[in-house]
Design a protein around this ligand. Sequence first.
Ligand code: PLP
Length: 451
Amino acid sequence: RTITNHLPTSELQALDAAHHVHPFTQNDALAKKGARIITRAKGVYLTDSEGETLIDGMAGLWCVNVGYGRKELADAAARQIEELPYYNTFFQTSHVPAIALAARIADLAPGDLNHVFFASSGSEANDTNIRLVRHYWALKGKPEKSVIISRKNGYHGSSMGSASLGGMTSMHEQGGLPIPGIVHIDQPHWYAEGGDMTPEEFGLQRARALEEKILELGADRVGAFIAEPVQGAGGVIIPPSTYWPEIQRIVDKYDILLIADEVITGFGRTGNWFGSQTFAIKPHIMTIAKGLSSGYQPIGGSVVCDEVAAVIATDEFNHGYTYSGHPVAAAVALENLRIIEEEGIVEHVRDVAHPYLAERWHALGDHPLVEDTQLVGLMGSLALVPVKGERAKFAAGAGTAGYITRERCFANNVVMRHVYDRMIISPPLVITPSEIDILIDRATVALDEAY
Ligand code: PLP
């Protein structure tokens, strides 16, 4: 039996339910209602098996930065598959796509982040980071500097190592995480946790939680601090302006490596090539994935500064993935970076985000269901509230306001995500003002229906 787009939706849904286990999904519940089958996409639009057109406010999973349907990327993949579909870089060999992509990333990355270890995803890259950090300090004669500090409600991936770095308790509960040597501090989420403090006071307090943890453990035991410049999957939480400068002071003072997880914030999302530039931080290691290839191929990596790379280079690094530096993924990523640069997509993000999207996004704060609108570049969130004008939350268990709103969005053919009671957007970076209007108009209808 051949399964194609031409089968009726109900048949595709039945096959999906019978054989396909979906990530981050209660599969029984999905099987009852049937998955929406996406068949093709172009620009910022998706088409489903019923012929409906949806506007994608999430760029897939925060990744399709250059939009869907870019023939240049299909051509780059086809050319590379014909020329050299696969070869590894483990045993004294290299190949041009990996060389060219590493060099290009080194050009684009800030400071002396000049060296790239490739992986196929953000999760794999963050697993690499755990080993990189520990091996680096061991080679420096300080093997006890093995603890990595991260944040509650941070997201760094789904593998056992990267989910341990993450601060999602629901993920820790399944599988007995975190792995040893990873500790979590509180997040800089002023709206939810700031109480009576100003955002600036709260930002300082939450940054100083890092210093307190370092002093509690002893600086000689702490190897690195990892964080997303803007927490993405945790709810698009933009830290107060005081947070990152204080974090930078602390990591510098105690000789701790700073890992910026730029899996979402990299490649233009915040209006610069990297979120580290938007927030003026100087990481020693940067995690990249998603927008590196605009999601057209699975590829990620750890971008490492000169010092760390020089130390690691003195020993065999016992780590690697079959698909590290995969030539087809690398060729597509390289072409994707060319498109971002030549089409001025990073500049476009700045132009379209301020004031156009910002005005429309923050105006949603007038809706009776909405409070606390947040936006940086083309990533934004809004909090749904039961009582307008109060920083209140929906009661635990009744935290379905986000779910209901997300469903209403889906019904109105706009893809937005919810994290508890926060609604999120992260559209393709090529979105135009008129497409922003369509997105916000549909989101407004969904909010009205959910209210
Ligand atoms: N790091 C961050 C900040 C992410 O948002 C994600 C995925 O959403 C990851 C890491 C994991 O990346 P992947 O899903 O490619 O493994």
